[in-house]
Design a protein around this ligand. Structure first.
Ligand code: UDP
Ligand code: MG
Length: 313
C-alpha cells in the first residue's frame, strides 16, 4: 500500500462525505487507505463513517474512541494502524485541500533524501486578526524557550515515510503535542506552502481558551526553560535587594533612620509574592504533567475499530 490518509474527526458529521469524495477523486490512481479517527464525537459522525465504510470497505477504516482524547491522540491512533509506505495527516474540515496530497506524494517519491513534507500556511486568512496575532506570538515565544525549532505556521498537515512514522510512534508521551513531536524527531523536512481554505461545515474546536491551553501544553512539553526562569528572577531580585540594603545601611549611618516607606513595602511584598506564586505555578504545570505521565495510561481507548484485522464492533 502506497499511502495512508489519517483524518481526525470530532463532530464533523457534515464534512465527512465531502472530504471522502474529494480524496477519492484526487487519489483515484493510487493504492491508498483512509483511516478516519472519530475522536469521541457527540453528533452523527460515527454513523456517517459507518455508511462511508459500507460503500468502500476496501479502502476505508474507522477507529472510534470511547470519549474525546484530543486531536493528537487521534493522530497517534491513525499512525499506529497505518499500513502505507507513506502516511499523511489531514483535517476533516477541508481547510487543508486534498488536492495537495498528490504534490506532497510526488515530492517524497522524487526526492528520496527527504523524509517529510510539512505544509506551511501561505497567508493566514482563516481566523480573525486576534487569532493571527496569537499564532505569531506563540511561535516567537516557543522558539525562544524551546530547543526544538518550530517553523512559523507549519501545520499538522504533513506527509512522511514509514521511518518517520515509526519514530513518531516510539515517543510514548501521553501529553502529545504533535507540532513539537514532528519537529523533535528531526529528519529531512521539506516545507511547502499551501493556501488554507475555510472550514466548510461545523465549527472549530480550538476557541480562545482551548488555543491558550494548547500553547501552554506545547511550551511545557518542549522546553524546560520556564523552570529556570524562577532562578533567574530570584537572582536578579536578591541582588537588587542586597544593593538596596547596602544603600539603606550607609544612608542610615550617615543621616539617621527615617520611617516613611509604607508604599514601597506594600509594593515589594505584592511583587515578590506574585513572582513566588508564578514560580510555584510553573512548577505545578510540569509536576502535573509528570503525574499524568507516570500513571502510564493509554493514549486513547478504542470503542470500535472497523475495517481492521483486529476489529472491535
Ligand atoms: N479534532 C479532533 N479532536 C479534537 C479537536 C479537533 O479530532 O478534540 C479534529 C477536527 O475534527 C478537525 C481537526 O482536528 O478534523 C482540526 O480541528 P479544527 O478544524 O477544529 O481546528 P482548527 O482548524 O480551527 O485549528
Ligand atoms: Mg479546521
Amino acid at each position: 500500500m502506497k499511502l495512508s490518509v489519517i483524518i481526525p474527526a470530532c463532530n464533523e458529521e457534515e464534512s465527512i462525505d465531502i472530504i471522502y469524495n474529494n480524496i477519492m477523486s484526487v487519489l483515484e490512481d493510487i493504492n491508498f487507505e483512509v483511516i478516519f479517527v472519530d475522536d469521541g464525537s457527540t453528533d452523527k459522525t460515527l454513523q456517517v463513517l459507518e455508511s462511508v465504510y459500507k460503500k468502500d470497505p476496501k479502502r476505508v477504516k474507522v477507529i472510534s474512541f470511547s470519549r474525546n482524547f484530543g486531536k493528537d491522540a487521534a493522530i497517534y491512533a491513525g499512525l499506529e494502524n497505518a499500513n502505507g509506505e507513506y502516511s499523511v495527516v489531514i483535517d476533516a474540515d477541508m481547510e487543508q485541500d486534498p488536492k495537495y496530497l498528490i504534490r506532497m506524494l510526488k515530492f517524497l517519491e522524487d526526492n528520496k533524501n527527504y523524509d517529510q513534507v510539512a505544509m506551511v500556511i501561505k497567508k493566514r486568512k482563516a481566523g480573525n486578526l486576534f487569532k493571527r496575532f496569537g499564532a505569531k506570538m506563540f511561535y516567537i515565544f516557543i522558539n525562544f524557550l524551546s530547543d526544538t525549532k518550530f517553523e512559523q505556521d507549519a501545520s499538522d498537515f504533513r506527509m512522511f515515510n514509514s521511518t518517520v512514522k515509526d519514530a513518531l510512534l516510539k515517543l510514548p508521551e501521553k501529553n502529545r503535542f504533535s507540532k513539537g513531536i514532528f519537529n523533535w524527531v528531526g529528519f529531512n523536512t521539506k516545507y511547502m506552502e499551501y493556501d488554507v481554505g475555510t472550514r466548510i461545515k461545523g465549527k472549530t474546536k480550538f476557541n480562545f481558551s482551548a488555543s491558550v491551553k494548547y500553547a501552554i501544553n506545547g511550551i511545557v512539553g518542549f522546553s524546560t526553560r520556564p523552570l529556570k526562569l524562577a532562578s533567574l528572577f530570584g537572582s536578579i531580585i536578591s541582588l537588587t535587594g542586597f544593593g538596596y540594603l547596602v544603600y539603606v545601611l550607609i544612608k542610615t549611618l550617615a543621616f539617621g533612620a527615617d520611617t516613611p516607606g509604607f508604599a514601597t513595602i506594600v509594593c515589594l511584598i505584592l511583587f515578590l509574592g506574585g513572582i513566588q506564586l508564578i514560580a510555584i505555578g510553573i512548577l505545578g504545570e510540569y509536576l502535573s504533567r509528570m503525574f499524568i505521565e507516570t500513571k502510564n495510561r493509554p493514549i486513547y481507548i478504542a470503542r470500535k475499530k472497523i475495517g481492521f484485522e483486529d476489529e472491535i464492533l
